[in-house]
Ligand binder design. Structure first.
Ligand code: AMP
Ligand code: MG
Length: 504
């Protein structure tokens, strides 16, 4: 590892917040990580912060400005609070379907875990400098990608989708070279654990079964305690992770979220959305949409995500096989098979709710499929269609042009409107009640690329107010007050030309 900075080494401050550091992952053992301090970031400044994440951590209201805490120094990697045990963890993984060998936290640094009323939370700096796992990278993150990760983490939380959280971004004038010269930033991420499928693959590949078992037992003890007393705890663990992954995939599909880099090293063992890179939300409903400019084959296209989740679970199962034992291979396969049905059920349920159907009926599948097919055919805006669907009225002669006018095909409009009306009337659906329920599951605003892009451009010019404003909007994406705002509108023409790649 080479570190080129000439800044002074990081020192530990005399006081930090009133936190109890439990540092469970650190205590797991040296096989799992390398201890090292962050690499200092020159001339840091605040970019953005999440009050809601600060509240989760029990930080005092004035945490950013209190001189005794010096939070700016801590969250830019220039100082540590007492109790922090910074480390970079080692993992491996499959990238784009190919075994990539050892990866690890190449630019993320765990600061440790604290006890909170909602359980332990790990704090991690992303972009805090080189680690033994940096490979060819510089250990840094740029302001652009840090804003995207920060906003999307909190946006997903606002949508009720399991995700790592983000506390703050700090920035620096330090130049960082990507396709162009940009500036450095550090995002502080928060999650109960950042353990990935790739952690298991790593020790399985190394044929280090003892360490692999320690990892699995750690995850069971702290995150899946119900598995402990099952006849086959490691099969039960695989089953629980498959279940959470299936639910997560259904949530992504329902909201039109594309992750972009579903490599096994980016798959959370807790079923959280993890590692925001070239992600995107659908504008027009295009099943083949590829949000990652680098993914030329479309391996991680929108419609492929549930299958990739399934593929990734097989990689996890491979990683767990030394513990499960080949005699129990069939049990592992059964658990994996179950994923398909769990996903299908979860997706069906979410689509029913998105369409405001309170009960499940035989004819729902074809009604919903008809809608989705037309959306795909016409590339109807995913978010706006579902949001406006709540305005649909079953009253005789009702004017449903606000939503049905989103489709050009008049034959479809008539056919589907009458089928939908009939279906709603069959369960005596009340227009007002249904609209309220639908507006709790169909967001008005998602982090479309052009919204992030506007905030990024302003931030790059030194004005961070749009990042903070957008955060507030995304924290409450179902709020009806956004319905008439520009944030909820169709993307502007220039949005088509935004290209997002792995470069971050
Ligand atoms: P990703 O697919 O972006 O999650 O990253 C894949 C691997 O590359 C992980 O091990 C990252 O830690 C590492 N990585 C990505 N960008 C950098 C960077 N700028 N410096 C060092 N490591 C990086
Ligand atoms: Mg990653």
């Amino acid at each position: 590892m080479t570190r080129h900075d000439t800044l002074p080494p990081v020192n530990t401050l005399t006081a930090g917040p009133d936190w109890n550091w439990c540092n469970r992952f650190h205590a797991l053992g040296a096989e799992f990580h390398t201890e090292l301090p962050p690499q200092p970031l020159p001339a840091p400044h605040w970019v953005a912060h999440s009050d809601s994440c600060a509240e989760l951590l029990g930080l005092p209201a004035d945490w950013q400005t209190r001189a005794d805490l010096n939070a700016l120094a801590v969250f830019s990697g220039n100082a540590l609070w007492p109790g922090m045990r910074p480390l970079a963890s080692v993992y491996s993984g499959h990238q784009f379907g190919v075994w990539a060998g050892q990866l690890g936290d190449g630019r993320a640094l765990s600061l440790g875990e604290i006890d909170t009323p909602s359980g332990p939370q790990e704090l991690q700096l992303k972009g805090a400098g080189m680690t033994p796992y940096s490979r060819m990278g510089d250990g840094r993150a740029v302001l652009r990608s840090s804003i995207r990760e920060f906003l999307c983490s909190e946006a997903m939380h606002g949508l009720g989708i399991p995700t790592t959280r983000a506390l703050c971004i700090t920035g620096s004038p330090m130049p960082v070279l990507r396709e162009a010269l940009e500036t450095a930033a550090v995002v502080t991420r928060v999650a109960p654990s950042f353990i990935r499928f790739g952690h298991f693959e790593h020790f399985a590949q190394q044929r280090d079964t003892d360490t692999l078992r320690r990892l699995a037992d750690f995850v069971i003890e702290h995150h899946y305690p119900d598995c402990r007393d099952k006849p086959q705890p490691y099969v039960a663990l695989l089953s629980a992770v498959a279940q959470r992954t299936a639910e997560l995939m259904a949530q992504w599909q329902a909201v039109g979220f594309c992750h972009g880099v579903m490599n096994t090293d980016n798959m959370s063992i807790l079923g959280l959305t993890l590692d925001y890179g070239p992600f995107g939300f659908l504008d027009g409903h295009d099943p083949d949409h590829i949000c990652n400019h680098t993914d030329r084959q479309g391996r991680y296209a929108y419609a492929s995500q549930p299958n990739v989740g399934f593929w990734n679970l097989h990689a996890l199962a491979q990683g767990l096989m030394p513990l499960i034992g080949h005699d129990n291979g069939d049990a592992a396969l059964e658990v994996l098979e179950a994923y398909k049905q769990i996903y299908a059920n979860a997706m069906r349920r979410r689509l029913r709710l998105k369409c405001g159907l309170a009960t499940a009926r035989k004819e729902d599948a074809s009604l919903i499929e008809l809608l989705m097919k037309q959306m795909a055919h016409e590339q109807t805006d995913h978010t706006i269609l579902f949001r406006r669907l709540s305005t649909f009225s079953t009253a005789a002669g009702a004017d449903n042009r606000l939503v049905m006018g989103l489709f050009h095909d008049s034959a479809f409009r008539e056919r589907w409107s009458s089928a939908y009306t009939e279906r709603l009337c069959a369960e005596s659906s009340d227009d007002g009640q249904r609209a309220a329920a639908m507006n709790r599951v169909n967001p008005s605003v998602v982090l479309r690329n052009h919204l992030a892009e506007s905030a990024i451009r302003q931030a790059q010019a030194g004005d961070f107010s749009e990042v903070q404003r957008l955060l507030k909007v995304l924290e409450n994406p179902f709020d009806e007050k956004h319905d008439t705002s520009a944030d909820a509108d169709f993307p502007p023409d220039w949005a088509q030309h935004i290209e997002v790649s792995c470069s971050s």
